[in-house]
Design a protein around this ligand. Structure first.
Ligand SMILES: Cc1ncc(COP(=O)(O)O)c(C=O)c1O
Length: 323
């Protein structure tokens, strides 16, 4: 059966390269099915559980993972229930309903919605689709690297830039890099202040649970990153970086100007590595990224996202003093 995700374009961007001071390639997951990379891992996981006999999918995400699960269920002909917290805006609930899934609102934050979804998924024939913490999810996201390798005709990227929420994308990218023996390709792991559970874990040398998510990049808002992401810091070169909401929103704005694509601040966090002046060069100068690392072909995963509109972008720009 055909995959649920597309192969997305990998494009060299002169404008982004000029901004970053090195050759930048953009992996455009914003044009992926459901406008976000999530469908790669979630589609893979949904297909597997259905093959194993599941007749109902349950997701706990008021965001992009919920939309991806609903999309996968509709395409594979299996009903889907998405449990969202009260904080999920109506526009996202409506987007999930458009994929023909049932939406249940439960609790204040994702953790509450997740408990409810686990309870629902314990019924016979039901399967729980975690938004980021499952090996099937990472295996699906790893397809990004296999595609990039083929699109670059086997040439190695200088680095891969990713946004980190719960760590599902990060784990998948490293799974892919290890599978193709690109063990020395550094991964630049971008978060925003107030959603920086991976950076907090790297600093503390153990998993840390943030007291709250205060960043506007709500899709990066996992209070605790996966154990796997932390374990990978001992296996693979990962440079953990935290930027402000202002830098993430500014990157969304500049990316819109340059490429005429609208992405949410979770994606802006990754783009900030390109759009913040001297960001990559500074990492090298500070010794966080090896100075011998050839920064040609830096690949930025433009993860996309549905949590954005022109109105929201303009509001955030005003609120953050960017306009
Ligand atoms: C647009 C976008 N980017 C990045 C992330 C981070 O995802 P992960 O939990 O896989 O680290 C998310 C998570 O929902 C997202 O929606």
């Amino acid at each position: 059966m055909a995959a649920l995700h597309y192969e997305t374009p990998l494009v060299e961007s002169d404008l982004a390269s000029q901004r970053a001071g090195c050759k930048v390639l953009l992996k455009l997951e914003n044009v992926q099915n459901t406008s976000v990379y999530k469908i790669r891992g979630i589609g893979h996981r949904c297909r597997k559980v259905i093959q194993e006999g599941c007749t109902h999918l349950v997701s706990s995400s008021g965001g992009n993972a919920g939309i991806a699960t609903a999309f996968a269920g509709r395409k594979l002909g299996v009903p889907v229930t998405v449990v969202v917290p009260e904080s999920t805006p109506e526009v996202m609930r409506e987007r999930i309903r458009k994929e023909k899934a049932d939406v249940i609102v439960h609790g204040k934050v994702w953790d509450d919605a997740n408990s409810k979804s686990l309870e629902l998924a314990s019924q016979p024939g039901y399967a729980h689709i975690h938004p980021f913490d499952h090996p099937d999810i990472w295996e699906g996201h790893a397809s990004l690297i296999y595609e990039i390798k083929s699109q670059l005709n086997g040439a190695k990227p200088g680095a891969v830039i990713v946004a980190v929420g719960g760590g599902g994308l990060l784990n998948g990218i490293i799974h892919g890099l290890q599978a193709v023996n690109w063990n020395d390709v550094p991964v630049i792991a971008m978060e925003t202040e107030g959603a920086d559970s991976f950076a907090a874990a790297c600093k503390a040398g153990k998993l840390v649970t943030l007291p709250d998510i205060t960043s506007i990049a709500k899709c990066l808002g996992a209070k605790t990153v996966t154990q796997k992401s932390f374990d990978l810091t001992k296996e693979h070169p990962i440079v953990s970086c935290v930027v402000s909401d202002k830098a993430a929103v500014n990157a969304c704005d500049k990316f819109l100007d340059d490429h005429h694509c609208l992405v949410e601040p979770a994606c802006g966090a990754a783009l900030a590595a390109i759009y913040e002046p001297h960001f990559l060069v500074d990492l090298q100068e500070k010794g966080r990224l090896s100075s011998s690392q050839n920064l040609d072909n830096v690949v930025c995963i433009v993860c996309g996202g549905n949590g954005i509109s022109i109105e929201l972008l303009l509001k955030w720009k005003r609120d953050l003093g960017l306009s």
